[in-house]
Every structure is written in C-alpha cells, then in structure tokens.
Design a protein around this ligand. Structure first.
Ligand SMILES: C[S@@+](CC[C@H](N)C(=O)[O-])C[C@H]1O[C@@H](n2cnc3c(N)ncnc32)[C@H](O)[C@@H]1O
Length: 243
C-alpha cells in the first residue's frame, strides 16, 4: 500500500471518480485493501476486479456485498476478452500468470492509464523464443542462456526488462523495485509506471533494438505492434487520449 499510495493520492487528487482496475484479481485481496484504505470513505471512485475464474469472482462479490463495498465491481473474463472502462486511472496486476501481465499492460497503454503497477508472475514465453532464436546464436550473448535453467531465468528477466522499456516507449516514467522480502515470494519484482509523455522515441528505439538483438517478440510488444529493429513496419496503437 505504501508503494501504491503516491499513485492513489495522485488520481484521487485529480479525478472525482477515479477508476482502479485490478487484472487477474483472484480473490480480490488487493482490491479489498485498496477499497478499505482509499475508497470506502471517498465520495466517488470504483475498483474493478477482472478475473478469469467465476467461482473467485462470485465469492469476492458476495464478500463485497457483506462489507457494503458498493463501488467495488467484478467481471469474470479472460483478460483478452474483457470489457474495459473507457478511462482507467490506475491499473494493477499482481502475479497475473505468464502473459496475463502483458494483456494487462497492453490495456493500460491502450487506455492511457495514468499509473500502472504490476508484479509479474512465472513466465515461460521468452525461454521458448530464445531457444529458437537465431539472432544472438553466434554471439557470446547466447552463452548467457545456453542451459535450460539459465534460459528460463534469463527469459524471465528479459521479459521484465522489455516490459519496463515498452512502458517507457509509450510515455511512462518507470520504477522497478522490490515488492516484499524474498521470504514471502520469489516473484518479487514490482514495475511501477506513471504516464508523463505521449511517447518516448529514444526508449522506443532501444526497445526495438533489444528485440532484434535477442530475436524475441514477447506478447506485450505483439499486442502493441512493436517490431524488432530492421523488422516489419510498426503499426499505430489506438489509445484513449488523457483527460
Ligand atoms: C496467482 S493468482 C493472483 C491473484 C491475485 N492477483 C492476488 O495477488 O491475490 C493469478 C490469478 O490470475 C488469474 N488469471 C490468470 N490469467 C488470466 C487471464 N488471462 N485472464 C483472467 N484472469 C487470469 C487466475 O485465475 C488467478 O486467479
């Protein structure tokens, strides 16, 4: 909550009815705490929880009703098919599995969310792509991920580096930090983003270059139409203008 407080104070200071979306919300623990601390006594504002498993949504919905948390909303949906509010002021995703974090980040970028906060979970996508990639194969760079264990760890690290760089390319100021002590979770990397520009061309060039260096295309860049340097022309992303 301490790490999210600046974002919440910012959106509550600037918007009468701020919208927080928690993607892959599970039992909505994060949403309940946010609501209790920041929304319960406020005049307006909504915490929308989007979760793929209906039984979790149902249970959390009943709990919200019991607590009288009237502006807590729930949607059972796969993130790729969810119906999103027109404006999102803060998007969170806490341990959303594998590429669900990418789905969440893509929505944040497309909706021009003021703030994002994600703690990625396990991720396997890039390990597979690195194995098949020809890009760095003749370079000493490939020694970093020759063994399957290293490929998994390095793939996970590279995924988060690319996520942070993608946010920067789309105008976010990014902070990467530790969520909690390692004794609580090995999935401990918190990526915070605050939207400050429309775009950042330097970051975009670095992102495209990094994709080309390793010959990878993680889901987030595919969803946002970012190609490796020297690849196919990039496509424009439709984004909600900031209010
Ligand atoms: C590890 S749990 C974390 C739950 C919650 N964010 C928390 O921290 O307590 C991941 C949750 O994301 C949901 N999830 C994973 N992929 C999803 C997707 N593509 N669409 C919707 N929900 C998804 C799972 O059903 C699960 O409830």
């Amino acid at each position: 909550m301490g790490l999210l407080r600046p974002a919440l104070e910012d959106i509550q200071g600037r918007h009468a009815s701020p919208v927080v979306v928690d993607a892959g919300s599970g039992n909505a623990y994060l949403g309940f705490i946010l609501y209790e601390l920041f929304f319960k006594d406020a005049e307006g504002g909504v915490v929308l929880n989007v979760e793929g498993r209906p039984e979790l949504t149902q249970r959390a919905k009943e709990r919200a009703a019991r607590l009288g948390f009237g502006r807590m909303e729930f949607q059972t949906a796969h993130l790729e098919g969810a119906v999103w509010p027109e404006r999102i002021h803060l998007l969170t995703a806490l341990h959303a599995c594998d590429t669900a974090t990418d789905d969440a980040l893509a929505v944040a970028v497309q909706k021009g969310a003021d703030h994002v906060a994600v703690v990625p979970c396990c991720q396997a996508e890039l390990a597979v792509q690195l194995k098949e990639s020809k890009a760095a194969v003749d370079s000493t760079l490939s020694l970093v991920y020759q063994h399957p264990w290293h490929r998994r760890e390095f793939g996970s690290h590279l995924t988060n580096v690319l996520r942070a760089l993608t946010l920067e390319a789309f105008g976010y100021q990014v902070t990467v930090t530790e969520l909690t002590g390692w004794e609580h979770s090995l999935k401990n990397e918190l990526i915070l983003g605050r939207r400050v520009h429309r775009d950042n061309r330097q970051a975009r060039a670095k992102l495209e270059s990094l994709l080309a260096t390793y010959g990878v295309r993680p889901k987030l860049t595919r969803l946002l139409g970012v190609e490796p340097a020297g690849g196919a022309p990039t496509t424009a992303v439709t984004r909600t203008p900031p209010v």
